[in-house]
Design a protein around this ligand. Structure first.
Ligand SMILES: [Mg+2]
Length: 228
């Protein structure tokens, strides 16, 4: 941890969703990509060859369609429809979603909430899908706002928008920290110039994240509670 950095000192926190707040054990989100690719482009394609951790839903769709030989102009033309199809499909199957809270996430959110901190979600998920995961995990009400994929495509832009929203609500001098589980979160937060707290509850190991020099690094949210 950077010396003198107190993870609990911010006025607002932006939380990534997958691997940070929840882990999804169901394939609802995964199959929604296939559904949209079939409906809009008539393609029988999966997202299996594309890195999804730290990616955004739009970034994943674009990568699959590039592999299928489509040009960006064709992809961009189909994006609004694909987004609509994905969100509708996830909504249709939302009763099958079973996101599991990462250890101590509820406690950390409750603690921050009780301290009057502003909490936002900042995720590469499409908005409808991100909120549904949090709703199904029982933590939707903890979040005052969110910043998601589409029309934004890059994680740094999603974070930048989340920070801007927090500052609109709290004032320009508000301190905003980001919490995430991937190297992409660390890189994007650094690009935006905002402190990043890494938690190793996704697929990346603690040492891997620590080597990328986040402002704070924890094995799980449980360790955040102990350092509050
Ligand atoms: Mg994540």
């Amino acid at each position: 941890m950077a010396s003198g950095f107190g993870w609990d000192r911010a006025d607002a926190y932006l939380f990534d969703i997958d691997g940070t707040l929840v882990r999804s054990r169901d394939p609802v989100h995964y199959f929604a990509f296939q559904h949209a690719l079939r409906k809009v482009f008539g393609l029988e394609a999966t997202i299996d060859g594309v890195p999804v951790q730290g990616n955004t839903d739009i970034g994943i769709l674009r990568a699959v369609l590039h592999q299928q030989g489509l040009a960006d102009s064709e992809i961009d033309a189909g994006l609004p429809q694909m987004v609509e199809q994905m969100c509708a499909e996830v909504r249709r199957n939302s009763s099958q979603m079973c996101p599991e809270l990462c250890p101590s996430v509820h406690e950390v959110l409750s603690l921050l909430h009780s301290q009057g901190k502003l909490l936002g979600a900042a995720s590469g998920n499409l908005e409808t899908i991100g909120w549904l995961k949090l709703e199904r995990a029982g933590i939707r009400d903890m979040f005052a706002f969110g910043s998601f994929s589409h029309p934004l495509e890059f994680r740094a832009d999603i974070f930048r928008q989340g920070v801007a929203t927090a500052k609109q609500r709290l004032g320009p001098s508000a301190e905003v920290y980001i919490v995430g589980d991937t190297p992409a979160d660390i890189q994007a937060a650094k690009a935006v110039g905002v402190p990043i707290i890494a938690v190793a509850t996704g697929i990346f190991e603690f040492d891997h994240l620590l080597a990328l020099q986040p402002d704070a690094c924890f094995r799980r949210a449980t360790d955040m509670m102990e350092n509050f």
